[in-house]
Design a protein around this ligand. Structure first.
Ligand SMILES: Nc1ccn([C@@H]2O[C@H](COP(=O)(O)OP(=O)(O)OP(=O)(O)O)[C@@H](O)[C@H]2O)c(=O)n1
Ligand SMILES: C[C@](O)(CO)[C@H](O)COP(=O)(O)O
Length: 225
């Protein structure tokens, strides 16, 4: 069940408001991106990491990976304006991989068990994602007025890792480019091809560090281990 990992890490962290890449912010004294990479460093199924970055930050990433002794083979490639473009740059960089995992650098609490669950499912259907049932009521709102309440029992909050047969993911990205479609996750591109995307249980701890509150939540999560 070997896989190649693409980690999009080229964002600007605008919603975090730190004025820098939020992946360099520290949780328990260690950068977010190091927490994430260490999770995969411990996974013997992960063959190599394609780290998609702002190349102006390459020396910072290299310093962190060296300081924290990341052992996995890491290849750096340039990101794009949107997350989707960053991931596609990673996809184009890969030639020999059969299955690929895409995981946000901003999700430092990924567990190996979840990754393996997603990879295993993707080998059956070609595409698989992890997600957790929504706990809040979700409403569609326009101009601060409720339009409708979305029936909750079929709503899931989608995470990464997302795993794909590489050929399918490449085809999905190329179709999205032709259609000028920008999705917020890679699975949505595969859905637009009409292909099945399998959902497996994720983990409520597998949050994406997006706004300042998430850093406080992350510090408390670190205490649970
Ligand atoms: N052009 C981009 C945008 C995002 N990402 C990465 O995709 C992941 C999820 O994106 P998000 O949480 O939105 O990160 P940012 O784009 O940095 O956040 P913001 O939208 O608040 O600027 C992050 O690891 C981020 O580094 C990326 O590689 N390339
Ligand atoms: C891919 C993702 O993490 C799934 O929930 C999410 O869509 C990324 O969104 P972002 O705005 O690029 O952080």
């Amino acid at each position: 069940m070997k896989y190649t990992l693409i980690i999009p890490a080229a964002g600007q962290g605008k919603r975090m408001g730190a004025g820098k890449n939020k992946l360099f912010l520290e949780m328990d004294g260690k950068p977010v991106i190091v927490h994430t990479l260490q999770q995969f460093d411990m996974d013997e199924q992960c063959e190599k990491v394609v780290l998609v970055i702002n190349m102006e930050e390459k020396e910072i990433f290299q310093m962190y990976l060296s300081t924290y002794g990341i052992k996995k083979h890491v290849e750096y490639i340039p990101g794009g304006q949107e997350r989707q473009e960053s991931v596609y740059n990673g996809v184009k960089h890969l030639q020999d991989a059969e299955y690929v995992v895409v995981h946000d650098g901003a999700r430092p609490f990924v567990e190996k068990e979840v990754t393996h669950r997603v990879v295993g499912a993707s080998m059956l259907t070609g595409a698989a994602i992890c997600a957790v049932p929504v706990k809040d009521t979700i409403k569609r709102v326009v101009n601060e007025v409720v339009q409708d309440t979305v029936e909750r029992s079929s709503l899931w909050s989608v995470q990464t890792p997302q795993a794909f047969r590489l050929s399918l993911l490449k085809k999905a990205h190329e179709y999205a480019i032709r259609e000028a479609f920008v999705g917020t996750d890679d699975a949505s591109l595969v859905e637009r091809l009409g292909d099945k995307v399998q959902v497996v249980m994720g983990d409520y701890y597998n949050i994406k560090v997006t706004t300042p509150e998430d850093l406080l939540i992350s510090e408390s999560f670190l205490k649970r281990k």
